[in-house]
Ligand binder design. Structure first.
Ligand code: AMP
Length: 215
């Protein structure tokens, strides 16, 4: 059976960074709903234009479009063995839809690592974040690039995401508490939740995640 891992945790806790590392180590595809929206935005697709209005405000994109975007993505051949889902599901309706999709594929959510950290850390981390157009991420204080403003991997110019401004970050955390927190209880009841402390060096969080996942 395919292995679908749902990474849960507030904005800024390091989900994206960890999802990329886990994907390299486990060879499972990395599926990030935020990255998919940002790709659509860059290509100026209808979906991108729709998503932008919500993303700029720190709000969630409506469930129906988000669910169909993820359905398209996880039916691609690179997800046959499973995937690390980063940023999806984010609402109970999305979690239900995911369950139905995976049942169709004769699969299910394997485990749900829940990465935690205190709110003030999240704001500090997110508002210092720098990204390259290919998605490599840095932090001005915790994970600076070798040369300021330039990606270590592909030398492209780094930028700050529009939605990483302090006010938007605070809003995203509030949206997370209201709409995504119920999923923690949902997956805990299902016996799939494993908690990992996000307020540690990146390598230690990865170690804890791999141990929690038995991988
Ligand atoms: P992220 O990169 O995961 O922080 O996502 C950036 C933004 O994309 C979020 O603030 C939302 O506006 C949107 N987004 C990402 N994933 C979802 C999702 N599963 N449901 C709704 N909106 C999402």
């Amino acid at each position: 059976m395919a292995t679908f891992i749902v990474l849960l945790g507030p904005p800024g806790v390091g989900k994206g960074t960890q999802a990329k590392i886990l994907s390299e180590k486990t060879k499972l595809a990395h599926v990030s709903s935020g990255d998919l929206f940002r790709e659509n935005l860059k290509k100026q697709t209808e979906l991108g234009k729709l998503a932008k209005s919500f993303m700029d405000k720190g709000e969630l994109v409506p469930d129906d479009v988000t669910i169909s975007m993820i359905r398209d993505r996880i039916t691609r051949p690179d997800c046959e063995a499973g995937a690390i889902l980063d940023g999806f599901p984010r609402t109970p309706a999305q979690a239900d839809a995911l369950e139905k999709m995976l049942t169709e594929f004769k699969s299910e959510v394997s485990k749900v690592p829940y990465i935690t950290a205190a709110e003030e850390i999240l704001v500090e981390r997110t508002s210092g974040r720098w990204t390259c157009p290919q998605g490599h991420t840095y932090h001005a204080k915790f994970n600076p690039p070798k040369q300021a403003g330039v990606c270590d991997v592909d030398a492209s110019e780094l930028y700050q995401r529009d939605d990483d401004q302090v006010e938007t970050v605070t809003k995203r955390i509030r949206v997370y508490l209201e709409q995504t927190m119920p999923l923690v209880e949902h997956y805990r009841k299902a016996g799939k939740l494993v908690e990992v402390h996000g307020d540690q060096p990146v390598e230690q969080v990865t170690k804890d995640l791999l141990a929690a996942l038995d991988m």
